[in-house]
Design a protein around this ligand. Structure first.
Ligand SMILES: Cc1cc2nc3c(=O)[nH]c(=O)nc-3n(C[C@H](O)[C@H](O)[C@H](O)COP(=O)(O)OP(=O)(O)OC[C@H]3O[C@@H](n4cnc5c(N)ncnc54)[C@H](O)[C@@H]3O)c2cc1C
Length: 478
């Protein structure tokens, strides 16, 4: 926090500043040295912060629409911003552009218990929503590792997280949105119902579009009953391959785990040390364990949970686990919280970058072979953990030579894509991965995406530089 943009303010003052003040009031527009350091970056490692011309905080959909109209008339690009927890540089502003911060539009407008939906403004955080739902015995189950993330940011990145194996990702929980297009027009899509077949699904198009198609101003979210009983199992294995090959049979067992995470030896040491926890695994097992599976089960009934836990423990032993520990409730919570903080642990120990490739889950062993080969060849340290049941592999990379690192990152991503995976399984393309998308994605699809972008945002003012290199978008502001 605090003042950061010590850049000399342009004189005369750009017209857009006065227009923004007219729309939202002077208290909700920051310029020059009033702009906080937070607004210049997200959490992407290796991305450079950029100071915008202004930060504007609208309080309503009407204000957002008026901001878009004003920005269009002045040719000023807009970068939407939720909580800035993104990991791909997608909310880093454009120099001379304006950050649209949704921090004031943070209300939970409705919890509809008859239809099991919540209606929220985009700046509401996952943590806010969880607290609001608790008294109703309901849950919004999409839990990416950072609870301070906003729901607008979740929609824009199609946030996933550890619980996707049971509940799916943001895409599966957004029933409708209200959004402002790059023209300033406001659309509402979907509703408080699961299914509609009424033309193209614009809700799904906006989800995951990283602020490049529309500014999301309201979201209708699907809720679930909140199970009251949980069990966390920890299973050390002698090899990462064994862990990865154990996952498909666990998913096929029908137990329906809430989460299935693999954590390699180095990551487990980093995560637990960072969180200051000791899991009580005996030394003789620790010495032989190269990787761990952490599985959480949940149920509405304690007795059924106990039966499932017992069955899963036996199954894990059959699948080659060195041992299986059912963690006491407190230790289980600590373990999951520590895993959620894996990114912070990697950052604290100096990781140079992270990768979030997704591959078909059965291809994880082959993919990790590719990654280990690349790491050995370049004398780099590449370790990780991930949502094993969804094929999401989160790697942290230590390689101080920037040229070697660039090639290594490219090869790690390309290796995943060649196994049937995708450039980004979770965090989005942002500004940091657009070169991989440009090179590795089908050019026909990329061209179609650009034409969709042009239909939503004909003047190219919404989040230029994210997903696509601005040079490849006709009329896009740079
Ligand atoms: C420790 C840690 C763990 C994480 N774990 C996961 C994980 O497991 N899974 C996962 O998917 N992600 C994960 N993330 C990434 C991040 O939390 C998510 O991407 C989250 O959805 C970003 O929300 P935000 O509010 O911080 O968005 P921001 O970072 O502010 O913005 C992200 C994108 O959304 C756009 N945007 C924001 N608000 C709007 C709006 N109202 N309308 C249109 N566009 C908008 C921005 O322009 C940008 O493109 C993690 C991040 C951290 C720091």
């Amino acid at each position: 926090m605090g003042t950061w943009c010590y850049v000399r303010h342009p004189e005369p003052r750009p017209v857009i500043e006065g227009l923004l003040v007219d729309i939202v009031g002077a208290a909700n527009v920051d310029t020059g040295s009033d702009i906080s350091e937070d607004a210049t970056h997200d959490e992407a490692l290796g991305a450079s912060p950029i100071c915008p011309l202004a930060v504007v905080r609208p309080g309503s959909t009407e204000e957002v629409a008026a901001i878009v109209v004003a920005a269009t008339s002045e040719g000023v690009p807009l970068t939407p911003r939720g909580s800035g927890t993104g990991l791909s540089g997608a909310c880093i502003p454009v120099a001379g552009g304006v950050v649209v911060s949704f921090e004031r539009m943070n209300r939970i407008l409705e919890i509809d218990t008859a239809n099991h939906v919540a209606v929220v403004e985009p700046g509401a955080t996952l943590a806010d929503l969880d607290v609001a739902l608790l008294p109703y015995g309901l849950i919004y189950p999409v839990f990416p590792g950072e609870q301070s993330a906003s729901l607008g940011g979740n929609v824009a990145t199609n946030a996933g997280g550890m619980r996707a194996v049971k509940y799916g990702v943001t895409r599966h929980h957004v029933l409708g949105i209200e959004a402002v297009l790059g023209t300033g027009e406001v659309i509402t899509t979907g509703g408080k119902f699961v299914k509609s077949t009424s033309g193209y699904d614009l809700t799904q198009l906006v989800i995951g579009s990283e602020g490049t198609l529309a500014l999301v101003t309201r979201v209708i979210l699907r809720l679930h009953p909140r199970p009251g009983h949980h069990a966390t199992l920890l299973a050390p294995f002698a090899t990462v391959d064994q862990v990865a090959t154990a996952v498909p049979p666990i998913v096929a067992s029908g137990i329906g785990p809430l989460l299935v995470e693999y954590i390699d030896l180095v990551s487990m040491a980093g995560i637990t040390a960072n969180a200051g926890i000791e899991l009580g695994v005996p030394d003789d097992i620790k010495e032989r364990a190269l990787a761990y599976l952490v599985i959480v089960l949940e149920n509405h009934h304690a007795s059924r949970l106990e039966e499932d836990t017992q069955a899963l423990a036996e199954h894990l032993a059959d699948l080659g686990a060195l041992d299986v520990y059912v963690l006491p409730a407190h230790a289980g919570t600590q373990m999951i919280e520590a895993r959620e903080r894996a990114f912070w642990a990697a950052k604290a120990s100096g990781a140079d970058d992270i990768v979030d490739v997704v591959v078909p889950r059965a291809s994880i062993p082959a993919y990790l072979d590719v990654v280990n080969g690349l790491a050995a060849r370049t004398s780099s340290l590449v370790v990780g953990c991930g949502h094993a049941a969804d094929g999401n592999v989160h790697l942290s990379v230590w390689q101080s030579d920037p040229d070697v690192r660039n090639q290594l990152l490219h090869d790690i991503v390309a290796g995943g894509v060649s196994l049937g995976g995708a450039v980004s399984g979770e965090h989005g393309i942002g500004t940091q991965k657009r070169r991989y998308l440009a090179e590795l994605e089908d050019p026909i699809k990329l061209d179609l995406m650009r034409r969709i972008k042009a239909a939503f945002d004909p003047n190219g003012i919404l989040n230029p530089g994210t997903i696509f290199d601005p040079a490849t978008i006709e009329g896009e502001h740079r």
